[in-house]
Design a protein around this ligand. Structure first.
Ligand code: G3I
Length: 316
């Protein structure tokens, strides 16, 4: 039986998975990550609080471990993430920096991280979760200090550090057409008009069984029509736990819907699922009583959702 990555390669699609470097000690986890996926994303190891917990002190251990794993397995690495209000160390969030000082802090962080992995990381979520649900800009230290230009500034800094990197803005609840994705669309259009180096948008896609937005394909299409690459960057489709067989079947149908929406649009670069298996997902910690959202179960066995992806990619 071909793997997901074999099938995705035939379409030139990214079939990615979020990996936690320390979980690679689990042989079954590592085997699935290596055999089924042609791309990996660090689940946490490249976030600011991990990479630069104190000013000027950089920690590359987890980041390097997964990059080494990807190279050993012939995988692409999708970089996550440079500028985000969460998992941001307090020396930045509460640092009381002036605008020029904060720009200096951002430049030091972005250029150091992007430059270190310039040969290894092809795509970056440069700015993560910039919007509120109503489409206004999220109130973060970056927005408060620099205004919305912090986004263009971040993209310019990343581009200067690696002119070959493909630079993305990534967010959740922007999968369908709604106020938040409209705001992302307006931002992307205006950045492109201004010649800012933006190459794509990431639709995180933390979805709920039965609630894949019906406008997902049309939404992907409108961003692609701007000339942008669209990637489904963090797919999981949660349900109440433990999931019933019926819910697992409905979930599989939802995975199919997401793959069909992507594969119908030239310019959709592919899909990354947000974890190897249900045993390691972030969801139960944040939404107690929910989860079972990934293609492999708690014992690392493939679920109907796995076979839905397999079939959507042309396997049988
Ligand atoms: O490393 C510490 C450990 O030392 C400590 O004992 C433990 C106790 O809680 O926490 C560990 O840190 C956790 C970290 O994951 C590593 O496992 C944090 O508490 C926990 O909050 C953190 O959660 C991550 C979350 O981002 C943080 O916002 C999830 O693993 C990760 O899946 C999740 O990913 C995000 C994307 O980056 C952006 N989009 C949404 C997505 C889901 O929230």
């Amino acid at each position: 039986d071909p793997s997901l990555r074999d099938l995705a390669d035939r379409h030139g699609l990214r079939m990615g998975v979020a990996v936690s470097a320390h979980l690679l000690d689990n042989a079954r986890y590592a085997e699935i990550a290596a055999e089924q996926y042609n791309s990996v994303t660090h689940e946490n190891e490249l976030k600011w609080e991990t990479v630069q917990p104190q000013r000027g002190q950089f920690n590359w251990s987890g980041g390097d471990r997964l990059v080494d794993f990807a190279q050993a397995n012939g995988q692409d690495v999708y970089g996550h993430t440079l500028v985000w209000h969460s998992q941001l160390p307090s020396w930045v969030a509460d640092g009381g920096f002036s605008a020029p000082e904060l720009e200096g802090v951002m430049e030091e962080h972005i250029s150091t991280v992007v430059d270190r992995y310039a040969d290894d990381i092809s795509h970056w979520d440069v700015v993560n979760e910039a919007f509120n649900e109503d489409g206004s800009f999220r109130d973060t230290v970056f927005y408060r200090t620099l205004g919305e230009d912090y986004i263009a500034t971040s993209l310019e800094m990343a581009h200067a550090a690696d002119p070959d990197a493909r630079l993305f803005i990534n967010d959740y609840n922007v999968e369908g057409i709604n106020a938040k994705s409209d705001a992302l669309y307006e931002l992307a259009s205006s950045l492109l008009d201004r010649g800012v180096p933006l190459h794509g948008v990431g639709l995180q896609s933390h979805l709920i069984v039965g609630q894949v937005p019906s406008s997902m394909q049309a939404n992907i299409q409108r961003f692609a029509d701007l000339g942008l690459e669209v990637v489904v960057t963090e797919l999981d489709i949660r349900t109440n736990t433990p999931a019933s067989e019926q819910q697992l079947q409905a979930q599989a149908a939802d995975y199919t819907r997401v793959f069909q929406a992507c594969m119908a649009v030239d310019g959709c670069g592919g899909v990354t699922v947000w974890g190897v298996g249900d045993a390691n997902s972030w969801i139960p910690d944040v939404f107690p009583g929910q989860g079972d959202a990934l293609p492999y179960d708690h014992q690392y066995q493939p679920k109907p959702a796995y076979w839905a992806m397999h079939e959507a990619l042309g396997g049988d």
